[in-house]
Design a protein around this ligand. Structure first.
Ligand SMILES: Cc1cc2nc3c(=O)[nH]c(=O)nc-3n(C[C@H](O)[C@H](O)[C@H](O)COP(=O)(O)O)c2cc1C
Length: 305
């Protein structure tokens, strides 16, 4: 037997019990997975994006499999902030894990109004701000590609909460570190890295794009090397924690992110294939730390040669 590794991670002035979270949009509002996975030990649940009004999302087809991944153009389908609070929070707040609400909007005011309503509610650990959705016509990605807008939005949100603010970065930019630094300067507590990459599939027989929206966001193992590289670049550019994701299917994938500089990770597309994936990933991280005599999971970034 080796040492017992400290698995906790500090973000802002709050603690995540362990580094494994489940990614927004791939885990519903938690209750959908209640019978598939023991939710007691999950580090954090990042909820489906919550917007001010309910959204139906985009027309189907809005999801398609590709080699080693999938492309979605769901378009932020969700119940809206008021129903999220009345229908989804009662289940979520009973869980011991950190509940991080993924907030999305089309305007700065929509983001701030959603956050203000959530601030009045018990049981929320922090916020992940989705400025990186490639699947909506207005807002979303527009914020995530412009450092000036990111800085303004982050500081507006910062004024309204003392809970952790995590800005979720898009890889669909020329230099992700510019956006990362803008969020850090405006008071973000952490950065999530990365959202999906823009993708497209065309049916050559019909000569039509397969997705109704034509393009969507690519996720899954296909994007893992991109996510690892972006996590490496971002974590070297900022001093706040980075939460790495993109194509994590097993513990080895997750360990790559932790070695690249992530303090924590999220599991997304893998939940659709194997709902036990988060548990297996956490077990594998523990074994690795044990084998490598790592005292604290936050020290894993120092192991990269
Ligand atoms: C079907 C689907 C829906 C998603 N919805 C959201 C969302 O609402 N908000 C968000 O920030 N990210 C959303 N994402 C992006 C994921 O949270 C994650 O950043 C991305 O899929 C990369 O991780 P993965 O390769 O492990 O899936 C969604 C991804 C998928 C596949």
């Amino acid at each position: 037997m080796g040492i017992t590794t400290d698995l906790s991670i500090q973000i802002g002035d709050k603690i995540l019990p362990n580094p494994v979270g489940v990614a927004s949009g791939t885990f519903g509002y938690g209750s959908e997975y209640e019978e598939l996975l023991d939710l007691n030990w999950v580090g954090a649940i990042y909820t489906k994006a919550v917007t001010l009004a309910p959204r139906e999302g985009n027309e189907i087809p809005r999801i398609i499999e590709t080699p080693s991944g999938l492309i979605n153009s769901i378009g932020l389908a969700n119940v809206g902030v008021d129903r999220f609070i009345s229908e989804k929070m009662p289940f979520l707040r009973r869980l011991p894990c950190a509940i991080v609400v993924n907030v999305a909007g089309s305007t700065e005011q929509e983001y701030t109004t959603v956050l203000e309503r959530l601030e009045a509610v018990d049981g929320i650990w922090g916020y992940e701000i989705n400025v990186s959705c490639p699947n909506v016509k207005h807002g979303g990605l527009a914020f995530g590609t412009d450092p000036v807008q990111i800085e303004r939005l982050t500081s507006q949100l910062r004024k309204r909460t003392s809970k952790p603010i995590i800005i979720k970065l898009t890889p669909n930019v020329t230099d992700i570190t510019v956006i990362a630094r803008a969020a850090e300067n405006a008071g973000a507590d952490a950065l999530s890295c990365i959202n999906t990459l823009l993708g497209m599939v065309i049916n050559t027989a019909t000569k039509k794009p397969v997705l109704q929206m034509k393009t969507g966001g690519l996720s899954g193992p296909a994007i893992r090397p991109v996510g690892v590289a972006m996590t490496y670049k971002v974590s070297n550019a900022v001093t706040i924690p980075v939460i790495g994701m993109g194509g994590i299917m097993n513990s080895d994938d997750a360990i790559q992110y932790l070695l690249a500089g992530a303090s924590a990770i999220q599991i997304g597309t893998a939940n659709f294939i194997d709902p036990q994936a988060p548990q297996n990933v956490l077990d594998g991280i523990k074994e690795y730390c044990d084998r490598e005599n790592v005292n604290a999971v936050t020290q894993m970034k120092d192991l990269l040669i």
